[in-house]
Design a protein around this ligand. Structure first.
Ligand code: FAE
Length: 572
């Protein structure tokens, strides 16, 4: 299995046997989208491939995907990437650009086929089966309003876009589908304070990260910021301005938070000239417009190289080294009911794990437990944390209205991270219901030093995080918000999180981090210890906490890994 040589541009132009459908899609995209966004030619080709695959119901997406290719008994490629979230998408693009033929295996579906309502994704106001990964009822983080069970709905099981994975004392939200967490997240694209990054990654060259890889990640992801003048005047961010006033009354600093949601598009939504998405209660179950999720950025570019194919609805469950030093993967292909319709084997020389903190930890621990990867470092599974996440609501005075209209994309945070006695970064979160409710909602990221460990056994993946460890996070959030309540004579909301008097939702996280920590379970570049040509590129590299929302850090670290691996490990 050698590397595929050749010039990437030539492959892309030739289109590898691009069908008439794909060519038509390309032309349509060129007319309609190039004018709006500055798409590269690779992205246009890649997006055409995604649309063609959706239109024809294919589960294998590449520039050649419109051709009816009978899959071989074992699919071999020089490189395989597991998962198509941030870590997987960066790996796929950089491998494809290097002329290396790559297969991406993603357990979720491709999200660009409209449902009966003409939309790809459902909104938080009217969730249906598209919302959640094989559940019979939605499991939104904010469970109740005025203690009433009015938020969640019964749904039929389906490979929906958001999953909530429940462990004993912690449940973890993750995205499922081509684009992973980028499909469901709040788009906040924050670069961590340099001093904290250096504290968490003492062996990583911070100057190189802040000079090269963070800027590269932000540019590739399409990070932008809200126009401050529009922010000050629009009804859609009244909820942020009220929370900013209350923070200021407490002597606390607020800061604008960059985003991968296109604020130009949002302003057109507000003006009534574009279909509403962020302003139409779309977020955790996907955004139909405006968001630069990975299928619009890294993955479109990766497909556009002509060297990358994405296989959807295929869950990798086994990793075995072959005697010649290559890798053999076992993957289950599932249908819309979740039934396994086929089990396939894949072979590759270079294996990149981008299944996220849960997915990658599970794959490695299961391989160690089943005896196929006995030489993994003892620290695999360890160093996990929820990024100190705590959600909470405050009740405002009647005169401090937060507005019936709220954008789903947060753009501001209360930054008290420099307070060494109690470091907290609290994003001001929306609660869009279409009605005035006087609630200020927050997702606090606290500097909780507690860590847990994954293990794998008969019951699958388990996590030994305890309720006492969560209370360290909520204790820190309480210290900050007690100050805010006291300065503004306000109180907490007790009705939002299900049980009678629950104020701090510290038992779920949007930010699972760790399990295969950089420099411990891997070398300093994500190469898994004990094996060669096996790499981790996702959030499992981060040791439990990064102080801000993690997508930019995951992307930048993956860029750093790929630059090093392509320079050193894949040379002929
Ligand atoms: P991730 O994006 O989770 O991708 C992993 C992919 O691998 C998924 O598509 C899985 O389906 C797939 N997969 C897993 N196991 C397998 C397997 N065995 N075989 C095949 N495929 C597999 O990983 N972060 C921010 O920075 N800003 C935000 O505003 C923000 N808001 C969030 C809101 C929500 C509701 C959620 C759930 C998360 C949010 N996050 C946010 C977190 C962010 O999305 C998350 O850290 C990244 O998506 C993690 O990236 P990874 O590459 O680690």
């Amino acid at each position: 299995m050698g590397l595929v040589g050749g010039k990437v541009e030539d492959v892309a132009i030739a289109g590898g046997g691009q069908s008439a459908d794909a060519a038509r899609m390309t032309a349509k995209l060129t007319q309609h989208q190039l004018t709006r966004h500055q798409l590269t030619r690779r992205q246009i080709l890649g997006m055409a491939a995604l649309q063609t695959a959706a239109a024809t119901g294919l589960t294998r997406i590449g520039l050649k995907s419109a051709q009816a290719v009978e899959p071989a008994a074992v699919d071999n490629a020089p490189a395989i990437v597991v998962g198509s979230g941030y870590g997987g998408a960066v790996a796929a693009l950089r491998l494809g650009q290097a002329g290396i033929r790559t297969i991406v295996l993603e357990m979720g579906r491709l999200w660009n086929t409209p449902g009966p309502d003409g939309k790809v994704f459902c909104s938080t106001a009217a969730p249906d089966r598209r919302s959640m990964w094989f559940k019979t009822r939605t499991e939104a983080p904010l469970a109740t309003f005025l203690w009433l069970d009015v938020v969640n709905r019964d749904i039929s099981p389906y490979p929906g876009v958001l999953d909530r994975v429940r462990f004993g004392n912690m449940s973890v939200f993750v995205g499922r589908g081509v684009g992973g967490g980028s499909l469901v997240n709040g788009s906040m694209a924050v670069t961590p304070p340099r001093s904290y990054f250096a504290e968490q990654f003492p062996a990583v060259d911070a100057a190189e990260m802040y000079g090269t890889y963070f800027p590269r990640a932000r540019a590739m992801l399409g990070v932008n910021t809200v126009d401050p003048a529009w922010f000050e005047s629009t009804e859609w961010y009244r909820f942020s301005r009220i929370s900013r006033k209350h923070a200021a009354n407490t002597g606390l600093r607020t800061t604008f938070v960059p985003s991968v949601y296109d604020f130009g598009y949002m302003q057109r939504e507000a003006a009534g000239t574009a279909t509403r998405s962020a302003l139409g209660q779309e977020v955790i179950y996907g955004n139909n417009f405006g968001k630069k999720s990975l299928d619009k950025t890294y993955l479109a570019s990766a497909l556009g190289t002509g060297n990358v194919t994405i296989h959807t609805m295929e869950k990798v469950r086994g990793i075995t080294p072959a005697s010649d030093g290559t890798w053999v993967l076992t993957a289950d292909r599932i249908d819309d009911t979740g039934a396994v319709v086929e089990t396939r084997q894949y072979g590759c020389t270079y294996l990149f794990l981008g299944g996220g903190s849960l997915g990658t930890s599970e794959l490695l621990l299961r391989a160690r437990q089943s005896g196929t990867l006995p030489a993994l470092d003892a620290s695999v599974g360890a160093g996990w944390g929820p990024n100190g996440n705590v959600m909470l609501g405050r009740a405002n005075h009647l005169w401090d209205t937060v507005g019936a209209n709220q954008s789903t994309m947060p753009v501001m945070g209360i930054d008290d991270w420099a307070n060494t006695a109690n470091p907290v970064f609290a994003e001001i979160a929306p609660l869009p219901t279409g009605l005035e409710h006087w609630v200020s909602l927050y997702l606090a990221i606290t500097k909780n030093p507690q860590r847990a460990r994954f293990s794998y056994g008969g019951a699958g993946l388990s996590l030994d995080w305890s309720a006492a460890q969560s209370s360290v996070s909520s204790g820190m959030a309480k210290k900050l918000f007690d100050r805010i309540n006291s300065a503004n004579s306000t109180i907490y909301r007790y009705d939002l999180f299900g049980s009678a008097d629950k104020v701090f939702a510290d038992d779920f996280t949007y930010h699972p981090l760790g399990g295969c920590v950089l420099g411990r379970a891997t070398d300093n570049y994500g190469r898994v210890k004990g094996y060669s040509k096996l790499y981790v590129t996702d959030g499992s590299l981060i040791p439990g906490n990064i102080g801000v929302n993690p997508l930019v850090t995951i992307t930048a670290l993956a860029e750093r890994t790929m630059a090093r691996v392509l320079a050193e490990d894949t040379a002929p």
